[in-house]
Design a protein around this ligand. Structure first.
Ligand SMILES: C[S@@+](CC[C@H](N)C(=O)[O-])C[C@H]1O[C@@H](n2cnc3c(N)ncnc32)[C@H](O)[C@@H]1O
Length: 211
C-alpha cells in the first residue's frame, strides 16, 4: 500500500476536513473522491505549494477552500478533522499549540514522533492508532488521535503503542535496520569508546523488542 493509502485509511468521515501543509493536495483529493468529508480546507505556508493543490482540485467547486496559512493561523473555523503529514514533529507541535484544535487528528511526523505523542497526551488527546510502516523504500510513523484522555508508558512514548503491542512488519523492519546501524558502530575501529557504549545500550533495548 502507498503512504497516501495508509494515511487515507486513518481518516474518518464528517463535515469539514483540513489538510495542513497540503502541498500537492493528493490526500485531500482522495478524501473528496471517497466522499469522507463534505468540505476540505487545503492550506500551506507556501503559496507556491498551494498552487499545486489548486491545480489538482480546481474542479471541486465549493467543496474546497484554499488558504495560505502557517498552521491554523488563517483558519476562521475549527475543522472536525485535520491531517498534518510530511513535516517534522516540532513543527506539528507548534501547529497544535494554538486555539484551533480539531476533534480528530491524523499525523505523520517525519521525525520527533515521541515529542508529538507527549504533546498529544499532555493536551487532551487520546491516541487511537500509532504505528510505523514501510512504503516505497522509506519508513514512516502514523498517528490517529481524538479528543480524550490517555496514558502511555515511557517505552510507548519512545516507540509507539501499536508498534510494541502488535509489532507490525514495518516497525520490525525499522528496528532491524537500526540494529544494523548500531552494530556497524561497534565494528567501527574509528568510533569513540563513548559512542560504542551508547550503541551497546541502545542495542540491548532494540534487541529486547525484536526477540
Ligand atoms: C513534504 S510536504 C508534505 C505534503 C503532504 N502533506 C504529504 O504528506 O504528502 C510539507 C508541506 O508542509 C508545508 N509546511 C511546512 N510548515 C508548515 C506550516 N507551519 N504550516 C503550513 N504548511 C507548512 C510545506 O510548505 C510543504 O508544502
Amino acid at each position: 500500500m502507498s503512504r497516501f493509502e495508509i494515511l487515507y485509511n486513518l481518516i474518518g468521515s464528517g463535515e469539514v476536513f483540513a489538510d495542513v501543509g497540503c502541498d500537492h493536495g493528493i490526500i485531500s483529493k482522495m478524501v473528496l473522491d471517497g466522499g469522507k468529508y463534505k468540505k476540505v480546507i487545503l492550506s500551506d505556508i507556501s503559496a507556491k505549494s498551494l498552487e499545486k493543490a489548486k491545480s489538482l482540485l480546481s474542479s471541486y467547486g465549493d467543496r474546497v477552500e484554499f488558504i495560505v496559512s502557517d498552521g491554523f493561523c488563517g483558519y476562521k473555523t475549527t475543522p472536525n478533522c485535520a491531517i498534518i503529514a510530511g513535516m517534522g514533529g516540532e513543527e506539528i507541535i507548534k501547529i497544535l499549540s494554538g486555539d484551533i484544535l480539531p476533534s480528530e487528528l491524523v499525523l505523520a511526523p517525519q521525525k520527533n514522533t515521541d515529542k508529538v505523542r507527549m504533546h498529544l497526551l499532555d493536551n487532551g488527546y487520546k491516541i487511537l492508532k500509532d504505528f510505523t510502516f514501510y512504503s516505497q523504500g522509506k519508513f514512516y510513523d502514523a498517528i490517529k488521535a481524538e479528543k480524550g484522555k490517555d496514558f502511555y508508558e515511557p517505552k510507548e512514548i519512545i516507540f509507539g503503542r501499536d508498534n510494541l503491542k502488535e509489532k507490525p512488519e514495518g516497525f520490525i523492519k525499522k528496528i532491524n535496520y537500526d540494529i544494523s546501524v548500531l552494530t556497524s558502530v561497534l565494528d567501527d575501529e574509528n568510533a569513540s569508546k563513548l559512542s560504542k557504549e551508547m550503541a551497546k545500550l541502545k542495542l540491548a533495548i532494540l534487541k529486547d523488542i525484536v526477540k
